[in-house]
Design a protein around this ligand. Structure first.
Ligand code: BG6
Length: 466
């Protein structure tokens, strides 16, 4: 393992900060999505009421209150030995409505304080500009990424971030899991869809995001040539359910759909398989020659991705059992165990995925999310999460093998999540991922889990003790 390998953890503003109306913050797209009820329908973009209802429960409004605990939390990250912390900025904390000329100074100050804490402990911040987050006002008024105008608002926001935090941040990720717009368009991008026109809407919105990402890359370099920009997608290679050629072909198609975004952000052009598929499905993207030029000229410096599981794909006629698992149905892989939330556990799949991505792009990579969502049991101020240690240890062994035996160029790993936070898909706090337990019953008290000490040792030995 290289000596400067970045070890750390990740979080997102919307799931971690709370303080949803503090110090001038405006409402954000996910603030109106409750736990339970119609949540699944809502995150998939099938909603018609953009409002907060008193009768419903919104755990992210308070979340685990990083807003008031950031010093304590970053000190805990430093105690674990983090050399990197991947976090995101809440867009509506900086531009409460999204269309203002001037930013909210108090919002900017908050993140400056966060970055100062990171600097104090020599932790490199890796900052996601939009992690499942858009100002609600822009969703209501222009339909978020359905509109080309969103590109300008996003760039104004980027400009403020790149200039204000120039001395603190050089690693930026333009969009979290950009490919999730195809599966959960409201959660991923604040985009609502119509049933008979879903693909058209999603790919058009994706195009505007891709243009915005290329222009943000250009801007970042103009403001600070040392800036490094990454794309980020939800990875996990697609396995054919059997060696039946049709299963193999379907799996190939699923992989292409998944790589579509990175193909554009890394290679700088729309892949031919996508153009043919648009043609076949009657999808017409509004795009200008200038868009294509920007996409071609401003590709990313590194590739970041999340890995939770592989996918298993069967042809339509197959009798394979289906599993909903991770927001979209795939065939159930009979060789893999499932987490409590039905997500397959596949450490070797991480090694396969790392190899596939590296073979495809030959660019530096970083894993920015990987972890196990599980119910933890707090007893006598202790959490014995050996299941999480087991999950992480097996995945890290595969990561190491991919680096040392297969030669992939990986410069870091940030586990999901640094601290317990609210789950994105289910909206529960009980689906915990962190090394630090947060006790909501006791003023959001922070408690080190067993995995905290285990990870501390992993980092200390630079991955020797797994
Ligand atoms: C990724 C997201 O999809 O998976 C995170 O980038 C999310 O925001 C993580 O929290 C785990 O998913 P979930 O739904 O269990 O929170």
């Amino acid at each position: 393992m290289r000596k400067d390998f970045l070890w750390g953890g990740a979080t997102s503003a919307n799931q971690y900060e709370g303080g949803y109306q503090e110090k001038g913050r405006g409402l954000s797209s996910m603030d109106i999505v409750p736990t339970g009820g119609n949540r699944q329908k809502m995150i998939k973009g099938h909603i018609n009421q953009l409002e907060i209802k008193e009768s419903l429960h919104y755990p992210t409004h308070e979340s685990v209150d990083f807003f008031n605990h950031y010093k304590e939390d970053i000190a805990l990250f430093a105690e674990m030995g983090f050399t990197a912390y991947r976090m995101s900025i809440s867009w509506s904390r900086i531009f409460p409505k999204g269309d203002e000329e001037k930013p909210n100074q108090e919002g900017l100050d908050f993140y400056e304080s966060v970055f100062k804490e990171c600097q104090k402990y020599k932790i490199t911040p890796i900052v996601t500009i939009s992690h499942f987050d858009a100002p609600l006002y822009l969703v209501e008024t222009i339909g978020s990424w359905k509109s080309r105008k969103m590109i300008d608002y996003y760039l104004r926001y980027c400009h403020i971030l790149f200039t204000t935090y120039k001395e603190y941040v050089t690693h930026w990720i333009t969009f979290n899991e950009i490919n999730m717009i195809l599966h959960a368009p409201y959660m991923a991008a604040g985009v609502l869809v119509e049933e008979n026109n879903e693909k058209q809407i999603k790919y058009q919105a994706a195009h505007y995001e891709l243009v915005a990402s290329s222009l943000a890359t250009k801007l970042a370099k103009e403001i600070n040539p040392n800036n490094k920009i990454g794309c980020m997608f939800a990875a996990g290679s697609a396995y054919p359910y059997s060696c039946h050629p049709e299963d193999v072909f379907e799996a190939l198609k699923v992989d292409q759909e998944n790589y579509f975004f990175a193909d554009i952000q890394v290679r700088g052009k729309y892949p031919s398989y996508a153009l043919k598929s648009f043609e076949k499905n009657g999808i017409k993207i509004e795009m200008t020659p200038e868009d294509l030029e920007n996409i071609a000229n401003h590709t990313v410096d590194f590739i970041s991705f999340s890995y939770y599981n592989s996918r298993c794909i069967a042809r339509k006629e197959s009798d394979a059992e289906l599993t909903e698992g991770n927001l979209f149905a795939t065939a159930k892989n009979p060789y893999l165990e499932l987490s409590e939330w039905g997500w397959p556990i596949d450490p070797l799949g991480l090694r396969i995925t790392l190899n596939n991505i590296y073979d495809r792009y030959q660019k530096p990579m970083i894993i920015v999310e990987n972890g196990l969502g599980a119910r933890d049991n707090l007893e006598n101020e202790q959490v014995h999460d050996d299941y999480r240690i087991d999950y992480l240890s097996k995945h890290l062994k595969m990561m190491k093998a991919a680096i040392e035996e297969d030669g992939v160029d990986l410069f870091g790993y940030t586990a999901w999540s640094a601290c317990d936070i609210v789950s994105a898909s289910s909206g529960e706090i009980d689906k915990r991922y962190g090394f630090v337990y947060v006790d909501a019953e006791d003023n959001n008290k922070r408690i080190r889990k067993d995995s905290f000490y285990w990870y501390q040792n992993v980092i200390k030995t630079n991955g020797k003790n797994l």
